[in-house]
Every structure is written in C-alpha cells, then in structure tokens.
Design a protein around this ligand. Structure first.
Ligand code: GDP
Ligand code: IMO
Ligand code: MG
Length: 428
C-alpha cells in the first residue's frame, strides 16, 4: 500500500488542507511533517469550515489516525486552542497523536522572531512571527525543548533554566530588550500544557512501523511550499525547514524508500505572503481582482497575499527537486472571469534567456518573465466534476500546465469545498 506525500509546490497556501481532507478518506494515517503555526490549512467539508494550524487535515475522518510528526514545532497553547475549537464543532480528536520528539515553541522564540524581524529593517523576511525560525535554530543548536520534556518536571526545569540564562543574554545584550524573568511562571504553565496534552504525546515510531508492516495507506501532509524550502527555495526569503519530499519523510519519521508517490499542489496562478522575489507578481487591477475572487488573505496572519501568474519555471523546478509525480491543480475557478491568462515559461535577463530557477534572489528579483497568453474561458467552472465538463480553453490551460511542469494531472479543484473537484487519477 502506498505512502504518498502531499506537498505545496509554490510559496505555500496552494490548498494542502483541502487536498489532504479529500484524500484522507482512503488513508489510515495522516502525518504532518514539519513547520508549526506558521501554517494555516483550510478545510471546508460537510462538517463546517476549519482553519488548521497543527492538527493534520485527516482529523475529520474517525477512521484515520492523525500524527503531528517529529519534524514539527508546537506552540502548546495554540494546539490546545485548536483541539478545543475542533471539539466544540463536534469533531472527535481522540484519533490525534503528537510525537514526543516534536520541539516546543517557547515564549522567547516568539519574542526573538519579532526582534530579529525588526532588526532586519528593510530586509525583513515577513515571517509569521510565530516563533518558528528561532525554535528550529534551538533544535539545530541542540538546546531545544521537546514535547516529551513537558511530561518530566525535572528535565523541563533544568533545560529551561540553562536555556533561559543564554536567551536572557541575547535579549538584553543584543537587543536591549528586558530579560525574561518569569521562568517559574513559564515553567508551571508549560508543565500544565504538558499535562493537558499528555493523552496525545506518544512515541510514534512503533505506530508508523506497524502501519508500514500492515501495508496501510499513509499520507504525509506537507507544510509551506517548495519555494519556501530552506535549501532549495528563494533563500533567505524562506521558512526554516525542508518543505519538500525528502523533508516530508524526515519530518514524518518515514523512510524515503517507503514513499510511493509525491503529489504536488499548485494553484492555477501563484501567490506569496511575506517578502522575497516573485517574478510574475501582478500589481494591477487583474491582480487585485484575483486576490478578491480567490480570497487571497493569509489563513494565519490575515495579510493580503501577493498574486501573480503561474510561473512554470519555478513550478517545474519544484517538481524536479521533489520528484512530483502527480499534480493537484487548485483554484481553477478563480480564473473564470479573467480575459487573458498568462503562463511564465522562461525568464529574461540582459538579453539572456534563463530556463531554471536562479539561486540568487538578487537575480530572481530582476528577471523579466517570458509569457504565453491564453484566452480565458469566461464561464463558471465550479460545477465541473469531470475534465469534459470544463470549457475547452480551461482544458487547454490545465493540460499546458501539466506539460510544462512535467507531471501528470491527478486532481483539479474548482471550489473550496470537498466535492468541488475533478479526479483524473486515483492517488491511492
Ligand atoms: P494550504 O495552506 O495549502 O492548506 O492553503 P490555505 O488553506 O492557506 O489557502 C487555500 C485557500 O483556498 C483556502 O481558503 C481554501 O478554502 C481555498 N481553496 C482551496 N481550493 C480551492 C478551489 O479550488 N477554489 C477556490 N475558490 N478556493 C479554494
Ligand atoms: P502553509 O502551510 C504561506 C512564509 C512567511 C514568510 C516565510 C518565513 O499554510 O502553506 P516563518 O514564519 O515560517 O519563519 O516565515 O514563510 N510562510 C508561509 N507562507 N503559507 C505558509 O504555510 C507559510 N508558512 C510560512 O510568510 O514569508
Ligand atoms: Mg495556508
């Protein structure tokens, strides 16, 4: 039975939540691989509208075990709130598990995320200020606190004491900020979070291994997008994790050899939140109209998302780096009223054509996109349930995207709710 990774293949917000919610019906396990509350995954189904930040999008199916994997970073207060709001909506959360290896976002991580951003001035990354980067820094520096530590009073106190001593030096000497003197209160608060989350915190390795042994279908839910990957994205305007297929295996705790397929989710156009180069960005009325129709406002921060044309150079790069075998193309309906739709098929810089994504953001910020123009279909697509239901012009557009990306078209979504989708290939 397959293990399939479902990944964002642009700059995030491609519709991972809605695609995982759809595919979870055939899965036994959904594992969220990385990131933290910087993610915002929207699901609209028969149970309501949900904005998930840490809980995997398989939570709506009582037959699916949902794992917040070892590669994630967890703000326990936010997670408790998310669990409470799911319960309030009548969702059973007893099928949720948290890896004891996941790292904990502490108050000083939030503080440092804000201070680091402010100190960057004009070079701000535009992080979500959820403490994500600083938490991963501490993991790499081997001074992080893990979810399992919240269950052991002595370990927690001794780790917090030594880390806070260091953090206070950074806060006061580097940033002239007040020292964090609330260690005792913070300790008690985090111990309490640990007590509340204890029923969910487990060693997940045996569970994943058993699922593999029994050939059960497993979905890995990605976070952020391929172009925000810390190694392969538009560095330094990226998040702090490996958001691709290799990172998905690492973050989930599944061997790469177990992976049978990689679904890359692409929006039918492109968006980006936060700073960084975006060659196909639109600054005109068309861009504003797509933003309004597509409701392109951040799920986590509410920031307006930057909007642009589909960038096939970046899209193909994402597919190649991550071995994307299948495309899930989302939000096609948002282009229903656009008269001329463009696809970027190359970049130009100083009379030179560039066909791959440059590693330098200085260069990527200066390139001119080369476009192919497609006549819009000017017809609603939201009720299409098979490819033949789509207007000819829309079929041509999606087929051209598949050809340029170099992967087969598996799903096309034409609206935010679970049933608004065209299935061309079975994923499981
Ligand atoms: P994620 O972070 O990748 O899970 O994506 P987000 O949830 O942050 O953003 C995607 C947004 O697009 C959400 O508001 C979804 O409800 C919405 N959405 C997803 N698929 C479609 C679609 O096919 N059509 C429309 N109109 N909206 C969609
Ligand atoms: P989902 O999973 C879109 C962006 C931020 C910023 C950069 C670094 O919903 O697709 P961070 O807080 O991670 O240090 O911010 O990454 N970013 C996202 N953009 N969707 C996300 O998640 C994102 N998570 C982080 O806007 O540019
Ligand atoms: Mg999102």
């Amino acid at each position: 039975m397959p293990v399939v990774a479902v990944l964002g293949a642009q700059w995030g917000d491609e519709g991972k939540g809605r695609i995982v919610d759809l595919l979870a019906a055939k899965a036994k396990l959904v594992v969220r691989a990385g990131g933290g509350t910087n993610a915002g995954h929207t699901v609209i189904n028969h149970l309501g509208t949900f904005k998930l930040h840490l809980v995997p999008a398989g939570i709506f199916d009582p037959n699916v075990l949902n794992v917040i994997g070892p590669g994630t970073v967890i703000d326990p207060a936010a997670l408790l709130e998310e669990i409470a709001s799911l319960r309030a909506a009548g969702i059973d959360t007893s099928n949720l598990m948290i890896s004891e290896r996941a790292h904990v976002v502490m108050p000083y991580h939030f503080q440092l995320d804000g201070l680091e951003e402010s100190s960057r001035g004009a070079n701000e990354i535009g992080t979500t200020r959820r403490g994500i980067g600083p938490t991963y820094v501490d993991k790499a520096a081997r001074i992080g606190i893990r979810m399992g530590d919240l269950l052991h009073e002595e370990t927690l106190l001794s780790r917090m004491t030594s880390v806070l001593e260091q953090k206070n030096k950074v806060l006061t000497r580097l940033y002239n900020a007040p020292a964090d003197t609330a260690i005792h209160d913070t300790y008690l608060r985090y111990l309490d979070y640990g007590r509340q989350l204890e029923p969910f915190i487990r060693p997940i390795h045996p569970i994943l291994q058993e699922a593999l042994r029994q050939d059960q279908p497993i979905l890995i839910e990605g976070n952020q997008g391929a172009l925000l990957d810390v190694d392969h994205g538009t560095f330094p305007y990226v998040t702090s994790t490996a958001t691709g297929s290799a990172g998905a295996c690492q973050g989930a705790g599944l061997p790469p050899t177990a992976l049978n397929g990689v679904v890359g989710i692409y929006k039918a156009y492109a968006t980006r939140v936060g700073a960084g180069p975006f060659p196909t960005e639109l600054h005109d009325a068309t861009g504003e109209s797509i933003r309004q129709v597509g409701q392109e406002f951040g799920t986590t921060t509410g920031r307006p998302r930057r909007v642009g044309w589909f960038d096939a150079v970046a899209a193909r790069y994402a597919a190649e780096i991550n071995g994307i075998s299948t495309i899930a193309l989302t939000k096609l309906d948002v282009l229903d009223d656009v008269e001329t739709i463009r696809i970027c098929t190359g970049y130009r810089f100083n009379d030179t054509q560039i066909d791959t994504l440059p590693s330098s953001v200085a260069l990527l910020g200066k390139v001119e996109p080369i476009y192919e123009d497609y006549p819009g279909w000017m017809t609603p697509t939201r009720d299409a349930r098979s490819i033949d239901d789509l207007p000819e012009a829309a079929q041509r557009y999606v087929r051209r995207i598949s050809q340029l990306v170099g992967a087969r078209l598996g799903l096309v979504s034409v609206g935010p709710s679970r049933e608004q989708v065209i299935v061309l290939q079975t994923i499981f």
